[in-house]
Design a protein around this ligand. Structure first.
Ligand code: THG
Length: 697
């Protein structure tokens, strides 16, 4: 066994036994040495063309004695884990000094230095091995925020650039001997997602796997990150990294951090860390909180059972770490809670879906092929009004919004990126998770690089074969997204109950067993096709879908279901009252049979009990395929309904009234046996001439 794996075993053992101590602030300690430009330059950079004072990471190369003695002081104070002095050792951050070419070397040497100091201390206390956490800082740029208030869609760094930066830094840290990778001081969760993506890529490439520690930063008293996420939303966005710990650091002092640490402690099914500042800075930007004061607050955290790893950030000194170590020594570490499996999504806010959730509305209107208005706005580059469409969906009760830019005449990838970047700047929209809808993988992947939350990919399938399906699923996992899986295979889109079941089962087994995809993040779409088209083979489509939902609920543990609800009524385009009645009846039975969510025109859902009885019965005959004359009967009523539709009052928005999602969700219970059609038909014959366009997508 390598030295590193021996140490990692010791680390895992120690985490079960006690609260581990992380070191304290580096920057504020460096300040106390009052170093000058000359110190930073050393011999090697004596002639560097620009000032380098303040480039603290550079001291790894030019004053390793200073960095090493600060690190040693932290170990002497009782720290178990040393952080490398590599907070800014990425190309984008080093570019501020023109030193981007040093990034790799800084990581290697930063890790080597900490390794040397830690190993020397371990020799003194062999029963208490010391560990090195290789630090990946936030960089000087944010991937989901615009630096220009007048241009909210603008970004000065891309996800791909960050992945490159973090890949290089991670390789350096591993080369230099780090035991763990610590992604810390996360202001913008999208940067952290890029770091996770990079780290996992490096692990795959090198065939090593160090534990990952993740630590976010709550920047203000409202309890949100700089990029606007709440603590739980942040956790949902990064949980796919399966970190050994998740925590909070910097920005706030310990006492202000308490509620957010408590939240994390309750929600995270992994170890929890905290390394707060020494209180809030005074008017000179200095930290006055005494070691005894910090330690007192932290002792209460330990007492409350919030902590597994604790240390300090800005303003903390070896004195603080010593006091903290003493204060928590007598307390048991937090026991990791059992967190129930569920699809835990996020926008700026968390959104959890499981089998017991009420029906989830996914807003369909931000879809170029699903809304003539939205299509026109995007074609005209009128993103301001296009954002209104998204906002209207959220205000009308959409809990997720589906975004689709697939159109032959358009640069779909560019439109997706532009729209998602703009949405990121609209907190009233971006509070909900995003569903990225495209039949082109490159559009989906471009979209995934724009969302800091945990979103849903719509969709992947075995359409182009198993190999590509697996590849896409692996990537979705690495980007941290749930997936809609269409019931589609090499032979085509499933249009019978048997094919829907068979393909969903096969997809499930591949995802869960071969890819290791979390089953709770799989959302099957067993294909909603139009009924009442006049083609006999279509008559059982709704029944087939509904029964497939029941099968998935009963046979594929934790997997959820979804569908494009408006598809089912395509043959009544132009007659909205009838379409809404069809959607309502269809949903009643689908939800009873386990349908978790649907892509719907949020706010336009008719309440079942309010459908006129004659129309409702005719629609039921069609949806449940109860009589061969169903379509003709509904067509006759539809003509009457169209005539009276104009006189109907528009339905009020949700929220303000009782016509909200919950009003009709609660009213539909989920318990009911599968439907058996009264007019069973042989599903064997498919009409050969039917084009794909008669289908959903
Ligand atoms: N499954 C999955 N994703 C999907 C679908 C699906 N995404 C797209 C689609 N199907 C779901 N979205 C819509 C959006 C709008 C309509 C239908 C499905 C719709 N629109 C009106 C129409 O075409 O008549 C547009 C009217 C207008 O222009 O305003 O019906 O099945 N996974």
């Amino acid at each position: 066994m390598s030295d590193r794996s021996v140490r990692l075993q010791a680390l895992k053992h120690a985490l079960k036994e006690r609260i581990l101590i992380l070191d304290g602030g580096m920057g504020t300690m460096i300040q106390s040495y009052k170093l000058e430009e000359q110190d930073y330059r050393g011999k090697r950079f004596a002639d560097w063309p620009s000032d380098v004072k303040g480039n603290n990471d550079l001291l790894i190369l030019t004053r390793p004695d200073v960095i090493g003695s600060i690190e040693k002081a932290y170990l002497d104070a009782g720290a178990d884990i040393l952080e490398t002095n590599t907070f800014n050792a990425t190309q984008v951050s080093q570019a501020d000094y023109g030193m981007q070419d040093l990034a790799y070397e800084l990581n290697v040497e930063g890790a080597r230095l900490a390794r040397k100091v830690a190993d020397a201390k371990t020799l003194e206390t062999p029963d208490k091995p010391r560990f090195v956490a290789g630090v990946l800082g936030p960089t000087s740029r944010t991937c989901s925020l615009s630096p220009d208030v007048n241009n909210p869609g603008y970004r000065n760094v891309t996800f791909d650039e960050l992945v490159e930066n973090y890949t290089e830094a991670t390789k350096g840290l591993i080369e230099g001997g780090a035991d763990l990778i610590l992604i810390e001081t996360i202001f913008d969760t999208l940067n952290a997602k890029a770091a996770i993506f990079a780290v996992q890529g490096v692990y795959e490439e090198l065939g090593v796997e160090l534990p990952i520690m993740i630590s976010g930063t709550i920047t203000d008293a409202s309890g949100r990150t700089l990029s606007g996420q709440t603590t739980e939303a942040f956790w949902n966005s990064v949980a796919h990294a399966k970190p050994i710990s998740v925590g909070l650091n910097c920005a706030l002092g310990a006492s202000e951090l308490r509620p957010y640490l408590e939240e994390l402690s309750n929600k995270a099914g992994t170890y929890v860390s905290a390394h707060p500042n020494a209180g809030l800075p005074n008017e000179f930007g200095e930290y006055d909180e005494l070691p005894s004061e910090t330690a007192k607050v932290i002792e209460e955290f330990a007492q409350s059972g919030f902590l597994n790893i604790v240390g300090g950030c800005c303003g903390t000194t070896p004195g603080h770490i010593e006091a903290i170590a003493k204060a928590v020594a007598g307390y048991a570490p937090r026991a990791i809670p059992e967190i129930p499996k569920a699809c835990r999504l996020s926008g700026l806010e968390p959104f959890t879906i499981d089998r017991s959730s009420l029906f989830v509305n996914v807003g369909e209107r931000t879809n170029i092929t699903g809304s003539a208005k939205f299509a026109r706005l995007i074609r005209d580059d009128n993103y301001t009004e296009a954002l209104e469409v998204a906002l209207q969906q959220v205000e009308a009760g959409a809990q997720v919004i589906d975004i689709n830019m697939d159109e032959g005449m358009l640069d779909s990838k560019k439109a997706m990126v532009t729209f998602l970047n703009l949405i990121a700047g609209e907190p009233d929209i971006s509070r909900v998770p995003i569903m990225i809808d495209s039949s082109k993988w490159e559009v989906i992947e471009a979209g995934l690089k724009c969302i800091q939350g945990k979103g849903i990919v719509n969709s992947i399938s075995m359409k182009e074969g198993v190999e590509q399906f697996i590849q896409h699923a692996k990537l979705c996992k690495r980007y941290g997204a749930a997936v809609v899986v269409m019931a589609f295979d090499e032979a085509g889109q499933a249009d019978t109950e048997a094919r829907k079941k068979e393909i969903c089962k096969r997809s499930y087994d591949i995802l869960v067993n071969d890819v290791g995809f979390p089953p709770e993040d799989i959302i099957f779409d067993p294909n909603i096709f139009a009924v009442a088209t006049g083609i006999e083979e279509h008559n059982n489509y709704a029944v087939d879908f509904i029964n497939a939902c029941a099968y998935i609920r009963d046979e594929l543990p934790y997997a959820l279901t979804s569908g494009g609800v408006s598809n089912v009524s395509f043959s009544f385009r132009g007659n909205n009252p009838v379409r809404e009645a069809i959607h309502s009846v269809f949903l009643l039975y689908a939800i009873r049979n386990g349908l978790t969510m649907g892509i719907v025109n949020a706010g336009q859902l008719e309440i079942y009990d309010q459908i006129p009885a004659e129309l409702r019965d005719a629609v039921e005959d069609v949806i449940l395929n109860r009589t061969p004359e169903g379509t003709d009967a509904l067509l006759a009523i539809a003509d009457k309904t169209r005539a009276t539709a104009a006189s109907r009052k528009p339905r009020p928005k949700s929220g303000a009234t009782g016509t909200s999602t919950s009003a009709w969700s609660t009213h539909w219970s989920r318990a009911s046996p599968p439907i058996s059609s009264k007019t069973p038909k042989s599903r064997a014959s498919r009409s050969p001439g039917r084009s794909k366009s008669s289908k959903a997508r």
